[in-house]
Design a protein around this ligand. Structure first.
Ligand code: 1CP
Length: 351
């Protein structure tokens, strides 16, 4: 890395590389036997709040596979305790007192990362010091609408109807909540960059529940503000994952993120066609493809890589988190295949 940038960071900034960088969402987690073994000795919340343990889990997939980036072991809900919301995990997040009125919103405070999440910042600096220099460290935050969904609903849901009806039924209180979350995530992302993160990612896992008009009116301004305010202070590539957002792809690409992460429901070449060849894409293999035969899996990987050649640059990933019943050896196969095929495609392109 003579010029000081990893393969991952070059691609995130739109520079074509000699092969396609690769990492996978939820790579630090339950499909790994070493994660499950560790989790027998410590609960999820304690693991996220103990910097040495969070750092160890973050590095587990890096020790096993030739991945180009590590993503910090934490959760999108982790910073919310620092805003005054007690959370438990079973295994998804549960909020005993959901936020459903202006009064509830008034009871929250903006996040002060040094005070609310010192363990996250410590974990990042441990990982950065132990991670090889040619690998990047990704820190992340939940996007305000997705955090809003859990906060208002009180936990996971298929359609987050309580959250979506609050968004429509009490626009003042819900905008106040979205803005407070936006402001807090700006502080959170900046602090994580200062603590050692090389790149930042915003997870908008539930934004696909909104139609484009509502997204543009109520969510897009909050997202634009986050990117603008983070970028005004720190220079790190930002990835935006608008899950289930194939209807929102254009609107999502307008917020100013460096990389648009695409889910698996539409082929990657469609994203290239819709967003144009100057956009950097991340994604988007269907996580269930890891359960197919190696022959079929290999072909699916190659298809994604070939489509990615049409983008400004491409970071290979799944189109959503790796499933907990995945055989880790299938991920090993995936990483090798991405290396081989993308080296060949890149040299064909050069030649
Ligand atoms: O071990 C366990 O039992 C806990 C399971 C678990 C894990 C491993 C949860 C609870 N969170 C995590 C880690 C996590 N969560 C990471 C770590 C880094 C990595 O990717 O390797 C990340 C980035 C997240 C982000 C996250 N949490 C998202 C966004 C990404 C996505 O999947 O869409 C969401 C929606 C959550 C909420 C959440 N936390 C945990 C669960 C099981 C869920 C989903 C709950 C639901 O809606 O049903």
């Amino acid at each position: 890395m003579p010029d000081g940038k990893t393969l991952f960071e070059k691609a995130a900034r739109g520079i074509r590389t000699e092969r396609t960088p690769v990492w996978v969402m939820r790579q630090a987690g339950r499909y790994l036997p070493e994660y499950r073994a560790l989790r027998k000795t410590v609960d999820f919340l304690t693991a996220t709040k103990t910097p040495e343990i969070a750092a160890q889990i973050t590095l587990q997939p890096i020790d096993r596979f030739e991945l180009d980036a590590a993503i910090l072991f934490a959760d999108i809900m982790t910073p919310l305790e620092g805003m005054g919301v007690p959370i438990r995990f079973a295994p998804g997040p549960i909020i005993e007192s959901p936020i459903r009125s202006q009064k509830d919103v008034d009871g929250l405070r903006p996040l002060d990362p040094d005070e609310g999440v010192p363990f996250v910042l410590d974990a990042l600096s441990i990982v950065r010091s132990e991670l090889p220099k040619d690998r990047s460290l990704i820190a992340f935050a939940g996007a305000p609408f997705t955090l809003f969904c859990y906060l208002v609903q009180g936990g996971g849901s298929k359609d987050f109807m309580d959250a979506r009806s609050f968004l429509r039924g009490d626009p003042e209180a819900s905008d106040a909540l979205l803005n407070l979350l936006g402001k807090s995530m700006i502080h959170y992302l900046r602090a994580q960059a200062r603590a050692g993160a090389d790149a930042l990612m915003l997870f908008d896992s539930w934004v696909g529940l909104l139609d484009e008009k509502l997204y543009r009116a109520r969510i897009q301004p909050v997202m634009k503000n986050i990117i603008q305010e983070v970028k005004a202070e720190i220079d790190r590539p930002i990835i935006y994952f608008a899950n289930g957002g194939s209807a929102l792809l254009e609107a999502a690409s307008e917020i100013g993120a460096d990389v648009i992460a695409v889910d698996w429901t539409r082929p990657l070449h469609e994203a290239v066609a819709r967003l144009g060849s100057s956009t950097v894409l991340q994604g988007n293999l269907d996580p269930s493809a890891l359960f197919a035969s190696r022959d079929e899996l290999g072909q699916e990987i190659d298809k994604v890589l070939e489509s990615g050649m049409g983008a400004a640059a491409h970071i290979f990933n799944l189109g959503h988190g790796i499933h907990r019943t995945t055989d880790p050896d299938q991920l090993g196969f995936l990483v090798d295949r991405v290396h081989e095929t993308s080296e060949r495609l890149s040299s064909d392109r050069e030649g």
